[in-house]
Structure formats: C-alpha cells, structure tokens
Design a protein around this ligand. Sequence first.
Ligand code: IMP
Ligand code: MG
Length: 175
Amino acid sequence: MAERVEVLLSEEEVDERIRKMGEQISKDYAGKNIHLICILKGGSFFMCELAKRITVPVSIDFMSLSSYGESTQSGGVVKIVKDLEESLEGKHVLVVEDIVDTGRSLRYLLDVLKDRGAADVKLCVLLDKPERRVIDIEADYTGFQIPDEFVVGYGMDYAQRYRNLPYVGVVKFDS
Ligand code: IMP
Ligand code: MG
C-alpha cells in the first residue's frame, strides 16, 4: 500500500502559533521559573521551538511513555519507559506533548506527576483531536484543534518515520 503525506498545518502556521503560545505562557508565568517536561519522542520538536519563545527562566527534563508501536491505534496500555532525572518538588511544571488523542496517556502521566510535590502541573499540547477523546482531559495550552485524522511531522511519527517534517501532515494510504 502506497502512502503519502498531505500538508494539514504549514511550517509557517505552526511556527506562528508556537510563537504566540510562548508569549502567552511567558505572560502567565511572569516572575516564575518554568520546569518543562518533554514527552519523548513526539513532544521533542514542539518543546524545542516553544522553549525558544519563552522569556521567563526555563529548565527542562524528559520522560518517555510506551506508545502505539507501529500502528495508528492505541493499545490502551500506558507505562513509563524513561522517567525524569530531576525532582519536581516546588516547581511550576509544564508538560509538553505533541498531541492529545484519546487522553489515556496524559491522564496516566498527570496522575503519576501529581504526587511528586510540584507547586503546580499544567499541560501544553501542540494538537488536540477532541473527537477521539475517551478520557475527559483538557490542556491548559493547545496549539490547534484538528479533525480525527492520523497526523505526522513536527515530532509525530507513523512507524517511526516523518518526525522530521517541518510541518504537520496527514498520512494518506492509496490502495
Ligand atoms: P492518547 O491516545 O491521547 O493517549 O495519545 C497517545 C499518543 O499517541 C500521543 O501522545 C501521540 O504520541 C500518539 N498519537 C496520537 N494520535 C496521533 C497521530 O495522529 N499521529 C501520531 N501520533 C499520534
Ligand atoms: Mg506522544
């Protein structure tokens, strides 16, 4: 089956939105330090671009959750594959993730993080697919709401490919 990628959000659109999100976050956290937690691997491109646009002091850490594997469907089981290196005690934590889809992985993650002594924990996602939600969860900062289609690029993959696309695209399968 041949596959191709159609542009959904152009590089310019995504960059402009991230710049605005950075401005908003910098305002909201004025006078504070932000501890960014990047969810690997998908959140990495978004976190780098966002962090560059934040003007208050920032520290970063990384976490990796089990993912979809090679398919476009969630298995529904989430676990921590790589945990944080630093304590969250007293920190203003902002979790940075590529996309909230069913909401299962972020629900699990936020539940794990809430017992680690952070001053507060907020959630920032580049994309939101509200139609797919199984668990009630809403990000504090959302880049774009998108329809129920499987997207790649800007950190997101299909079978580990396409993460490096500088735009967000939809995978189309020609049979
Ligand atoms: P959840 O279903 O909200 O738990 O999403 C779990 C993870 O699946 C997300 O963090 C993404 O890494 C991945 N994911 C969900 N939808 C897509 C998509 O359309 N493209 C690529 N990855 C996706
Ligand atoms: Mg992810």
